[in-house]
Ligand binder design. Sequence first.
Ligand SMILES: Nc1ncnc2c1ncn2[C@@H]1O[C@H](COP(=O)(O)OP(=O)(O)OP(=O)(O)O)[C@@H](O)[C@H]1O
Ligand SMILES: [Mg+2]
Length: 174
Amino acid sequence: MADEHQSHEGKERVYEWVARGEADTVRLAESLAKLAVPGTVIALDGDLGAGKTRFSQAFAAGLGVPGIVNSPTFTIIKEYDGGRLPLYHMDVYRLSMEEADELGLDEYFEGEGVSLVEWASLIVPLLPAERLHLHIGHLGPESRRFTCEPLGERYEDWCAQLGMTEKTRRETER
Ligand SMILES: Nc1ncnc2c1ncn2[C@@H]1O[C@H](COP(=O)(O)OP(=O)(O)OP(=O)(O)O)[C@@H](O)[C@H]1O
Ligand SMILES: [Mg+2]
């Protein structure tokens, strides 16, 4: 019983997905886009050039968003319609917590669309408790390790469904 309680809080389970090249990142993003429902929130973290924007572009394509999805670093939030669900693409790199708070991000997170948040770890207190938090790390020029932290049962199911490798938290902290 105690175990069940712990995993429920999303504190224990972490999954890993290794992309051997950009095409794998695209595949992961497209698969997640197919699973997305209104109110889905995907938090993206990782160094400069890790692939947060590349992932977002492929996710947008997976939703059927027409046109080009660019990095919203300077616009902070861009909304895209025309896909299966609205897409709210955010990049909070240049925001302070205070500014982010004033933006009223909740309206997006609780909206009818899907929120993708680049540099989400900078505003953790403002993120919804239930989210899929992806941490992208460089393994090589074209390869990336996605450490996937599903917070909430729905996201946990997605990770399992996509055949991600389950890891213990300790393994991913190495
Ligand atoms: N497996 C991969 N997954 C994603 N991008 C890859 C991969 N391999 C190579 N790339 C390249 O890495 C770059 C990722 O850039 P991207 O703008 O998506 O990074 P970012 O994490 O959004 O950076 P920033 O923090 O500057 O916004 C792109 O040029 C992309 O072509
Ligand atoms: Mg980016």
